[in-house]
Ligand binder design. Structure first.
Ligand code: SF4
Ligand code: SF4
Ligand code: SF4
Ligand code: FES
Length: 814
């Protein structure tokens, strides 16, 4: 319901429940604030936002948390209001150093702006300033508590939005400050949300420290390429070099959310030591080459393989960290020139596996979900653990969602992950019995079983929770389903489960996609099962859809040439030793990427390409938002965009014409059939997708030799190639980390951060160990495995959850 009021003579209408500040912003009237951030609950500590209602003169009201009422007549600046704001500023300055010349916040500091606006030279109050200390040891974030004005924004953002509870007010009275428990260094998500909200220079970005002054920066908005959410980011550059990344701020002062990768992982957009010269292999040795030589060799080798074995002998892999235009051009080249339909992604394998099943079961009619669907849902259902690590900005998104009225969050996971802790209906299942649970869910949906509240059976399935979930699915609710793929291995059953639930939910959004996975698949058709425009491919139009089938085809000599764009099977797929041997069998291995990588050193041809901020084009986020990218950074000498490389390759392959020119690619993309992002909920009969057969459980049971069950979980600091090329994120990853139950931990007399050897039936690796109440007894969670050859050796393709044992590393084992 709308209400109407006047702000500084302007009539404005707002929803009931909006504050006076909201109304003023809507009317385009400026009210100063210090402790306000629209993402979190108003707090009312700074009183800078006081205003008056003409109907009730003489009372100053804080506009940031006073609800707007019908008929209010608000004035935002009077001599009394100005005096009150001046007094507040003077009080704040009693304990705030005026060290703007050395403060990184100078030039964008809300306090500095207000001090100038209200003409305050200094505070008239004379009390000795407290020394509250500076934290110079935490990674990435400097805390200078002498500059803190105790607005509480960082505490609220960390608790309410990030859900991390890392910092709080500590001490009392004049001693009050912001700190961690025991005032230890930060050990958190390092999302930097506290930096983005701090109105002064108390929390700052150490990567930016002393590099320049903010007024020298050029700011350009683009999209973060560390994961498929493609969050908007602002690249702050000076002389075309990145100095920092900040979240975008809207005209209304709303600040965007970023995670550690988005904020601090920017070195990977222009990493030192990146590939900058093509290489070719001559007489078994890689050597530097000119672009024409490298392109000609690639063209001739590809033509030879097509002539000898047919186009089907070629396959193309991409990390999906490219534009939709590039993905479209490459699929066109694959289908029309190479003559292959085998194009995929190791980095986005889980996402692609689930999409494959959904397309097979539901065709193109399923609703892939948009941001609006997510925000307007009554309930969000998350199937699978680790969503918050896979796409960290889901944390603030889900926490904001839960602030709405009567919103529900159902989470089904094999471990107590971040979201299960916040769920209104948490369903934690024994990792060894996932398939049993999914079968029970199917039975329950079909009405074949009855469940009672106390019926928690031997298999670790909480049937009361299962019954509640089934009851939710039967209600007339707007449900948004998020499917989290397993980090490695077979995600077919998750895809089948999603398909099974399709007629009971509004939208299904598979997670795990890389930067432009959704654009590459559903728009560009860079997929063995989808053509451009998201049209399912049939029969001979289909290529190999799974990585393990692709590797089998290489093993059998069916695939002879592999063209890899930014992907790296040796760093992202289980059992790298076997994969290396397979890649050695290829007649032709081409590696094209901005980055060095394990595959680069063994490729026959290496082509250095551009990073995302160096390119033009468009991308589509996992939530279906289309974004246009501009080239912000210059492409370094010796590198070319993926599209440019393709144009030269096509020419060298002696294909005449110019069908790969930018304008032609763009035109063809716009001419594609209707927007494949949207889609109606599947209209098939409710139970059409329930009758599938579960595969035999693929889990290897634990035994006396291997008494623990190991689950690989996604890394908060990123598992993809882009993140692995950030030194800052790598430092936070800091090798394989193992989390176990406190009882298991104590039983083995481990100490926190002990280095241990983890051994599975397939391999062994070193990692540091810690405990958490969130891990069930008998289970261990391992993170930071991609990019680690030892870590990847612990698994086999279908063994995502494996039995394991842990032993302390003795000195001689190091
Ligand atoms: S970086 Fe993020 S998690 Fe850490 S203290 Fe700041 S807001 Fe909290
Ligand atoms: S550190 Fe910054 S955000 Fe936190 S209370 Fe102090 S001034 Fe406010
Ligand atoms: S959630 Fe993903 S896209 Fe968003 S900032 Fe983090 S890594 Fe980047
Ligand atoms: S902004 Fe309203 S009290 Fe601080």
């Amino acid at each position: 319901m709308m209400i109407s009021l006047i702000v500084d003579g302007k009539e404005v209408q707002v929803e009931r429940g909006a504050t006076i500040l909201d109304a003023a912003r809507k009317a385009g009237v400026y009210i100063p604030t210090l402790c306000h951030d629209s993402r979190i609950t108003p707090y009312g500590s700074c009183r800078m936002c006081v205003v008056e209602d003409r109907n009730r003169r003489g009372r100053l009201i804080p506009s940031c948390f006073t609800p707007a009422r019908n008929g209010m007549d608000i004035i935002t600046e009077t001599p009394e209001i100005t005096a009150a704001r001046r007094t507040q500023l003077q009080l704040i300055l009693t304990n705030h150093p005026l060290d703007c010349p050395v403060c990184d916040k100078a030039g964008e500091c809300a306090l500095q702006d207000l001090v100038i606006r209200y003409d305050i030279a200094e505070s008239p109050y004379r009390i000795p300033k407290k020394d509250r200390g500076v934290d110079l040891v935490s990674p990435l974030i400097e805390r200078n508590m002498n500059r803190c004005i105790l607005c509480g924004r960082c505490v609220r953002i960390c608790n309410e939005l990030q859900g991390t509870h890392e910092i709080d007010f500590i001490h009392r009275g004049m001693e009050t400050t912001i700190g961690t428990d025991g005032n230890r260094p930060l050990d958190c998500d390092f999302c930097g949300q506290c930096i983005s909200t701090c109105p002064v220079g108390a929390l700052t970005d150490t990567m930016f420290k002393d590099t320049t002054r903010v007024w020298k920066l050029e700011q350009n908005e683009t999209a973060c390429s560390h994961c498929g959410l493609a969050c908007p980011i602002v690249l702050n550059t000076e002389n075309s070099e990145i100095r920092r990344v900040t979240p975008p701020v809207s005209d209304q002062g709303d600040i965007g959310n970023l995670c550690v990768r988005g904020r601090f992982g920017w070195v990977s957009y222009a990493p030192p030591g990146r590939l900058s010269t093509p290489r070719i292999t001559v007489n078994g040795k890689q050597q530097q080459a000119s672009w024409p030589d490298a392109i000609n060799m690639a063209a001739q080798s590809l033509n030879r393989i097509i002539d000898e074995y047919g186009g089907d002998a070629c396959a193309v892999l991409s990390s999906d960290a490219w534009t939709t235009e590039e993905a479209y051009a490459y699929q066109k080249w694959c289908r029309k020139i190479l003559g292959t339909h085998t194009m995929g992604s190791i980095a986005a394998e889980g996402y692609r596996q689930i999409v494959t099943i959904l397309v097979e079961q539901l065709g193109e009619t399923w609703n892939k979900g948009t941001l609006a669907d997510f925000e307007n849902a009554d309930a969000i259902v998350v199937i699978g653990g680790g969503a918050a690590e896979l796409h960290p900005v889901l944390k603030p998104m889900i926490n904001s969602f839960l602030k709405g009225n009567e919103k529900e969050l159902v989470v089904i996971s094999s471990w107590r992950d971040f979201f299960i802790e916040r769920a209104t209906l948490p369903i934690e299942i024994n990792p060894e019995l996932r398939e049993t649970f999914f079968s029970a869910l199917r039975e329950a949906l079909l009405g074949k079983t009855k469940h009672h509240r106390s019926d928690v059976n031997d298999f670790g399935i909480d049937c009361s929770a299962l019954a509640q979930f089934v009851s939710l699915l039967h209600q007339d609710k707007n449900i948004f389903l998020l499917i989290v793929p397993y980090l490695f291995g077979d995600n077919e059953q998750l895809g089948q489960l999603a398909a099974c639930l399709s007629s009971r939910v509004k939208a299904i959004l598979p997670l795990g996609g890389q930067f432009n996975s959704r654009g590459a698949l559903f728009h560009a058709g860079f997929s063995p099962i989808l053509q451009p425009g998201g049209v399912p491919a049939h029969g001979s139009q289909r290529g190999i859809a799974h990585a393990d089938e692709l590797f089998k085809a290489i093993e059998d000599g069916v695939i002879r040439a592999l063209y890899i764009l930014g992907d790296d099977p040796l760093e992202e797929y289980p059992d790298p030793e076997r994969i290396k041997k397979l890649l050695e069998k290829l007649d032709l291995l081409i590696y094209q990427s901005p980055y060095e990588g394990a595959v680069a050193s063994m490729a026959h041809i290496v082509l250095p390409s551009a990073t995302v901020p160096e390119k033009e084009g468009s991308v589509v986020s996992l939530f279906g938002e289309s974004k246009n990218l501009r080239s912000i950074l210059p492409m370094p000498d010796g590198t070319k965009s993926d599209l440019r490389i393709l144009q030269e390759l096509v020419k060298a392959m002696k294909h005449v014409g110019t069908p790969y020119r930018e304008e032609i690619i763009c035109r063809e993309l716009t001419e594609l059939k209707s927007d494949p992002v949207a889609g109606e909920t599947a209209s098939q009969s409710q139970d059409a997708h329930l009758e599938f057969t579960w595969k035999e459980e693929t889990i290897n049971r634990k035994s006396q030799d291997y008494p623990l069950t190991m689950i690989p979980i996604p890394s908060l600091f990123g598992d993809g190639m882009v993140s692995r090329n950030s030194p800052q994120l790598n430092e936070l990853r800091n090798g394989i980390s193992i989390l176990m139950n406190p009882d298991d931990f104590e039983e083995r007399s481990f100490k926190k951060k002990d280095m241990v050897r983890i051994t599975t039936p397939f391999g062994s690796a070193r990692g540091s160990v810690d405990y958490s109440l969130n891990v069930r007894k008998g289970t261990i969670l391992t993170a930071n495995i991609t990019g680690n050859a030892e870590g990847l050796s612990l698994f086999r393709e279908h063994s995502r959850i494996v039995p394991a044992k842990l032993t302390r590393i003795e000195d001689h084992d190091c």
